[in-house]
Write a protein that binds this ligand. Structure first.
Ligand SMILES: Nc1ncnc2c1ncn2[C@@H]1O[C@H](COP(=O)(O)OP(=O)(O)OP(=O)(O)O)[C@@H](O)[C@H]1O
Ligand SMILES: [Mg+2]
Length: 250
C-alpha cells in the first residue's frame, strides 16, 4: 500500500486533557478513509495535527516521503497546498458572492490574475457540483446543503491531493447527507483525490470508506476495512456499530 499520509505515535494534550495518545495510522493514496468515534474523542484534533494547524506534543507525520512534523512554516506552506479542507463549520465569506468565494483561493493562494481563466474554472466547478450558474448568489441565499457543496467546491479549487472533511453531513437531512456522501465518492473516484472524512454517519462510513479508524479517548482502538471492523472484539466498537445500524431499521 502506498500511504499518502502516515502518522507515528502522535500525542497531544491540552493541559491535563490527553486528547491524542500514540496515534499511528496510514492513509492509502487515492482512498476514502473514515475516522469515527464518540464526540470529544479527538477526531478533529487528529486532523488538525495532521495538516499542521495544531502542533503535536510528540510523534511524527508524513505526507508521502516528506516528514511534516517539525518543518519550518515556509517549507510547510507549499505542501499544505496539497491539502484541502471542508470543516465542521467551514463558513463561506458572507460578504462575497459564491463566485467570489470560489475565486478567492485562486487569486490569493495561486496568484492567478487572468479573470477569464478564473471565471471558467469557477463555472466548471459549479457545474461539477451540480449547482451551475449560482456565481452571483450570496451564501445566505443558499440552503445548508448547497452551502456545504460550495464549501467543498472551494476546497477543490486548489486541486488538492488530499481533501479533509470534518463531519460533512452533520445537520443535514438524510437526502442531503446522501448527496454530500455521493459528492465525496465522486471527488475520490472522478478526481482521484484522497478523501479523509470524520463522520458520525456510521452506515455511510461503512458504505464509502476503504478503511475506517475508530478513535476512543485518543486511542485508535480499531482500524481496517469495514469488514475487519465488523469483526472487532472491542465492546465499544461492537456497540457503536450495532446501535448505528439498528437505528437504520427503526
Ligand atoms: N484548542 C483547544 N484547546 C483546548 N482543548 C481543546 C482544543 N481543541 C480541542 N480540545 C479538546 O480536545 C478534545 C477533543 O476534541 P475534538 O474536537 O478533537 O473532538 P471530536 O472527536 O472532533 O468531537 P466531535 O465529534 O464533537 O466533533 C475535547 O475534550 C476538546 O475540548
Ligand atoms: Mg470534531
Amino acid at each position: 500500500m502506498n500511504a499518502v499520509i502516515r502518522t507515528e505515535k502522535l500525542s497531544k494534550s491540552f493541559g491535563e486533557n490527553r486528547v491524542l495518545r500514540d496515534v499511528s495510522l496510514s492513509i492509502p493514496e487515492k482512498s476514502v478513509y473514515a475516522i469515527i468515534g464518540q464526540s470529544g474523542t479527538g477526531k478533529s484534533v487528529l486532523i488538525k495535527t495532521i495538516i499542521g494547524m495544531t502542533a503535536p506534543d510528540s510523534g511524527r507525520v508524513w505526507f508521502k516521503d516528506t516528514e511534516l512534523t517539525y518543518l519550518h512554516r515556509d517549507d510547510l506552506a507549499p505542501i499544505r497546498r496539497s491539502f484541502g479542507y471542508s470543516f465542521q463549520n467551514a463558513a463561506l465569506f458572507d460578504s462575497m458572492t459564491v463566485g467570489e468565494n470560489l475565486a478567492f483561493p485562486l487569486i490569493e493562494a495561486l496568484h492567478i490574475k487572468n479573470s477569464r481563466e478564473i471565471k471558467k474554472r469557477v463555472a466548471e466547478l459549479l457545474e461539477w457540483i451540480e449547482l451551475p450558474g449560482i456565481e452571483s448568489k450570496r451564501p445566505e441565499e443558499l440552503s445548508g446543503g448547497m452551502r456545504k457543496r460550495v464549501g467543498v467546491a472551494r476546497a477543490l479549487m486548489m486541486q488538492p491531493e488530499v481533501l479533509f472533511f470534518d463531519e460533512p453531513t452533520t445537520g443535514l437531512d438524510p437526502v442531503l447527507s446522501e448527496t454530500i456522501n455521493n459528492l465525496v465518492v465522486r471527488v475520490n473516484k472522478e478526481l482521484g483525490v484522497t478523501c479523509v472524512m470524520i463522520t458520525h454517519d456510521i452506515p455511510a462510513a461503512f458504505r464509502i470508506a476503504g478503511r475506517i479508524a475508530f478513535l476512543d479517548q485518543g486511542f485508535i482502538i480499531a482500524e481496517g476495512a469495514p469488514a475487519d471492523l465488523v469483526l472487532s472484539d472491542k465492546q465499544m466498537v461492537k456497540d457503536f456499530i450495532r446501535i448505528s445500524f439498528s437505528e437504520l431499521q427503526t
